[in-house]
Design a protein around this ligand. Structure first.
Ligand SMILES: Cc1cc2nc3c(=O)[nH]c(=O)nc-3n(C[C@H](O)[C@H](O)[C@H](O)COP(=O)(O)OP(=O)(O)OC[C@H]3O[C@@H](n4cnc5c(N)ncnc54)[C@H](O)[C@@H]3O)c2cc1C
Length: 313
């Protein structure tokens, strides 16, 4: 941590004027129980009356894009350790780079051009959008989809992989997505709109389409961090069913922290996110909360006779 600070806060949130002794390996032999390595921060909080128990020690850094802090509480001898994630887990989590995504929907006043050209989906290699499709027509309850070419429909357009994934850049996949994320932020709506209108005129013009007249509305959704990426066997080892897969190493419980979400499965699906949340919550319950019931629910009424349930409830 280069841009970091250490704060000591009393249990009621008041900053205490106490002395913080930071132990480095080889020092503080009397407090030998505080085991720390080069990445950890550890020591003893002492006040005028000696070691202070129950003091919050807050280590904070602004080295990361998001301000990060970790809080620990001193034990009854005033000792604390702010541990760091194991290096292997940290390295595994660094591989969980998400792919970006852009979805573009264009409402058009009629789909006569599609009918005239006899198509519902068009691939456009080399263009700003690599495909144009008439979107799936929903019909729900009283809401009915268009049934004649004179009625409005919504188009779905897929951005070229040259921009969305930096395809052809020669970069490794995770670097491609980082570059693409940065580029997508800079593309203005005007650029998207200009390309959409020009491309629709070029592709559908022979069918009579006129963007000036026929485009009713445009929605661009940009997700900088959309899809959990897992691994790509062209570049990564084949991790199928392997416990050293980065998402398995990365999702290991760390103290009272359990790790959820689709990145922890290496799969970009909602059900994967749910399953990982289920596992993470179970880890918390099993390993951290540990609900130990040392009484029978009917104990009071049965004078402690186990299994002898009352009939007066
Ligand atoms: C357009 C689109 C269509 C999809 N369609 C499908 C589909 O049909 N079926 C399917 O199964 N899956 C689909 N997915 C994928 C699915 O939505 C995701 O895999 C799933 O939502 C991932 O859940 P998650 O909890 O891992 O992450 P997310 O849903 O991405 O949640 C992460 C959350 O963390 C928050 N966050 C990020 N950084 C910070 C921070 N520093 N501090 C605090 N909060 C932070 C984010 O704001 C976000 O709310 C689709 C995704 C997209 C984008």
């Amino acid at each position: 941590m280069t841009n970091s600070r250490l704060g000591v806060v009393g249990a009621v949130g008041v900053v205490l004027a106490v002395c913080v002794m930071v132990l480095v390996p080889g020092l503080g032999a009397r407090q030998a129980a505080v085991q720390i390595d080069g990445d950890d921060i550890g020591g003893v909080v002492t006040g005028p009356n000696g070691p202070e128990a129950g003091v919050w020690v807050i280590a904070e850094t602004t080295d990361l894009p998001t301000r990060f802090n970790r809080t620990v509480v001193t034990d009854d001898q005033g000792r604390y350790v702010v541990p760091d994630l194991p290096a292997a887990q940290k390295a595994a989590l660094h591989l969980a780079v998400r792919k970006p995504l852009v979805t573009t929907n264009v409402a058009i006043r009629n789909w006569r051009a599609f009918q005239k050209l006899g198509v519902s989906s068009i691939n456009c290699p080399g263009m700003f959008y690599q495909s144009i499709s008439v979107d799936l027509p929903p019909a729900i309850g009283g809401y009915q989809n268009a049934s004649t070419p004179d009625e409005p429909v919504v188009l779905y357009m897929s951005l070229t992989a040259r921009i969305l994934e930096k395809a052809g850049s020669g970069l490794p996949p995770r670097e491609q997505w980082k570059e693409s994320r940065a580029e997508l932020e800079k593309i203005t709506f005007e650029t998207f709109e200009g390309n959409i209108r020009e491309q629709l005129d070029r592709v559908l013009g022979p069918g009579g389409f006129d963007a000036q007249r026929d485009v009713a509305g445009i929605i661009i959704n940009r997700w900088g961090h959309a899809y959990a990426s897992g691994s790509n066997e062209l570049y990564d080892p084949d991790y199928s069913h392997r416990m050293d897969a980065p998402w398995v190493v990365g999702r290991q419980q760390f103290g009272r922290i359990t790790i959820s979400n689709s990145d922890a499965a290496g799969v970009s699906l909602t059900n994967a996110a749910w399953q990982q949340s289920h596992r993470a919550v179970n880890e918390l319950i099993t390993n951290v909360v540990r609900p130990v019931f040392d009484f029978q629910w009917s104990e009071r009424d049965t004078a402690g006779e186990p299994g002898d349930y009352p009939n007066n409830f």
